[in-house]
Design a protein around this ligand. Sequence first.
Ligand code: ZN
Length: 116
Amino acid sequence: MSDKKREHKSNVENGEKSNSLIRKSPPPSYKQSTTKTVYIQPVALGSKSQSVICPACRETIVTIIEYETSSKTHYAAIALCCFFWPIAYLPYCIDSCKNANHYCPNCESYIGTYAN
Ligand SMILES: [Zn+2]
């Protein structure tokens, strides 16, 4: 047997060995890029529902409004209670005396508040 042949044989053996070995590769790491900058333009919100671009789903939507009693609502009620108590409850009934919270109808994310 010549040296060349022996060399060839050993190469084949090595090749077969490495093929039979099951190499467990580490699971691919999913790197989340946090460098992505999202520019959200401040939206001027009113007391009524309006058309805006939702910062969460990027859709042009008409906001859903939920009115929330603000501290001003309470002050107005207290003031009315002192001067003209029969209508002291009025600020709680009038939406314009409350804060308007704007929500996205698509993804239901909070967009902003119009503070009275
Ligand atoms: Zn949305």
